[in-house]
Design a protein. Sequence first.
Length: 74
Amino acid sequence: MAQKRTPRPRDPIQLGKLMVDIMTGQVLDAADDGKDAAAAKKGKIGAAKRAASLTPRERSEIAALAASARWKKG
């Protein structure tokens, strides 16, 4: 999964120290995003299986609903 960066401090001196710590390897420049990689991968597989199991009419109805939502003014 995508990793978020470590939050950057607003103070320039603290930011400089953080950058040096990242470059020297003392601090990792990644924060956990809280998502499970296995669950996300399983979700993609589930979507592919669902798409394969839909009939052409169901796919058309879903596409029409999505198009109407996309072009809805409001």
